[in-house]
Design a protein around this ligand. Structure first.
Ligand SMILES: Cc1cc2nc3c(=O)[nH]c(=O)nc-3n(C[C@H](O)[C@H](O)[C@H](O)COP(=O)(O)OP(=O)(O)OC[C@H]3O[C@@H](n4cnc5c(N)ncnc54)[C@H](O)[C@@H]3O)c2cc1C
Length: 446
């Protein structure tokens, strides 16, 4: 995605950020902040002031809470990878994470980024407070301690997940937990085994997901659960001492083989063959689905959550009511078989608890996330259109940062868009933080 803003600014501190926003507003320029630019939608695009917040990184404060959690305030441009490293040093961790750690904290929460876990919400549910620069350059603080219905609470809601339409996040307070390790089990299963035992599969694991290979009845299952103290001690010992270091090196080599060569390297080859010979895709998927072996390991949570992604792809993801998952996958399978569309990328299925975040895709309902991908050089339109029809028919909600064609008119049944427009009308009456994408999916401020 390329575009030409009138001006780019990379502020060193919050005062510089506030001054840049105030100056742009006064000139009548629109303003968008950019995180890592990892959204598939033009969410961060602007013809006005483009703010690069890479210099606003790091942890500002750490406040232990009586309930055992810790409130950590981080500057908005901090990348998740840096955050995970800083938290690990403090003996802390994010409760849940998505698949990659390249995103900025602000970009990830602003689009509703999520991982998997039926008892857990997305990253925005882990936000306890925000510091946000509004259209006139004023820095405002808002927390979830403010009573519902108050202006502060309203600002908090739109600022924590609102595509940057309430203003530019300067800092975010996250609720984090003591560091923990996960026992990871990856195993190929028949898809029907996953679907027949779906409730146990999802409810019986802290973090359950699976990848289904289109045109086959095969899935790769991933189940991650909190490791107990004995498992952690045993696996930690494998990482220390001379013999342990050797074993750890062998383990890393194996993980590298699995992740880089099998999952990314070999997968890249599979996709290049698919591009050259789309007719071979069903056989390629059958081979890919069978080639993946079972793998068990215990590791710090962020090492388990994060997977390298080196093959470039286009992606659409919908949040479905959990009960609709089986039917939706059956419909998608039917379309793929009828159309013969070549899709060498697996479909990813994840889960989340219902939450109460205004613009969360899991708002008020238990959710199954279904993500369809296509190798970047191959056409994706027909496949994504068909998948979108299936997902829309069962009340699906599109991920704000991934491809879709929905508009504010048809999303109004899912979200309190009038409230969002009202709050934006107060903090941004002139629409400084609008762009074409926010106009399409949220409408203008009122
Ligand atoms: C390989 C890959 C893997 C992914 N995996 C997952 C996954 O597992 N789960 C998932 O849910 N999503 C996933 N995504 C989607 C991704 O998490 C989101 O698109 C996320 O927004 C990207 O973060 P970013 O920092 O790149 O934000 P950007 O794309 O730069 O920006 C996203 C939005 O946030 C706004 N924004 C950025 N900074 C600020 C700020 N300081 N204040 C206010 N607004 C701001 C921007 O204006 C824009 O509207 C993945 C994407 C890719 C490319």
């Amino acid at each position: 995605m390329t575009w030409t803003p009138a001006r780019r600014v990379a502020p060193h501190d919050e005062a510089g950020l506030a001054a840049a926003v105030a100056a742009a507003s006064a000139e009548g320029l629109r303003v968008r902040a950019m995180g890592a630019g990892h959204s598939f939608t033009p969410a961060a695009v602007t013809d006005g002031l483009h703010l690069d917040l890479d210099r606003l990184g790091g942890i500002e404060s750490v406040l232990p809470q009586p309930d055992g959690t810790t409130h950590v305030t981080v500057r908005a441009g901090t990348r998740l990878s840096a955050l995970n490293r800083l938290l690990a040093v403090l003996g802390l961790a994010m409760r849940n994470l998505g698949d990659i750690d390249r995103q900025s904290v602000a970009g990830a929460i602003s689009t509703g980024t999520h991982g998997t876990g039926v008892r857990l919400g997305g990253l925005a549910t882990q936000v306890r407070g925000v510091r946000v620069v509004t259209a006139d350059g004023t820095v405002r603080t808002a927390t979830d301690a403010a009573a519902p219905g108050t202006p502060e609470r309203d600002l908090f809601e739109v600022a924590r997940l609102g595509l940057g339409t309430a203003g530019v996040l300067a800092a975010v307070t996250l609720e984090v937990v003591p560091a923990f390790w996960l026992r990871a089990r990856e195993e190929p299963w028949p898809l029907d085994r996953v679907l027949e035992g779906l409730e146990d599969y999802v409810d019986g694991n802290d973090h359950a997901e699976f990848y289904w290979f289109p045109g086959t009845r095969r899935a790769l299952t991933l189940r991650n659960n909190r490791a107990d103290a004995d498992e952690v001690a045993a696996w930690a010992a494998r990482r220390t001492g001379a013999a342990g270091r050797l074993r750890a090196a062998a383990g890393r080599a194996r993980a590298l083989l699995d992740d880089e060569v099998l999952s990314n390297g070999a997968f890249g080859v599979v996709n290049r063959i698919a591009l050259a010979a789309p007719g071979a895709v069903p056989r390629l998927n059958a081979v890919s689905a069978r080639a993946l072996g079972a793998r068990d390991y215990v590791a710090p949570s962020h090492d388990v959550f994060i997977h390298p992604r080196r093959v470039r792809f286009a992606e659409m993801e919908y949040a479905l009511p959990r009960a609709e998952l089986r039917g939706a996958l059956a419909e998608l399978d039917g379309w793929l078989r009828r159309s013969g569309e070549p899709v060498p990328f697996p479909v990813e299925v994840r889960f989340a608890a219902a939450d109460d975040v205004w613009l969360s895709t899991a708002r008020d309902r238990e959710t199954a996330y279904v993500a369809v991908h296509q190798y970047a050089p191959m056409p994706h339109r027909r496949y994504f259109d068909a998948a979108e029809q299936v997902f829309t028919a069962v009340g699906g909600r599109p991920h704000w940062g991934k491809l879709h064609t929905r508009t504010a008119d048809d999303l109004a049944d899912h979200y309190p868009l009038d409230d969002v427009a009202r709050v934006r009308g107060v903090v941004d009456p002139d629409g400084v933080f609008r762009n074409d994408y926010t106009d399409t999916v949220l409408g203008p401020p009122r």
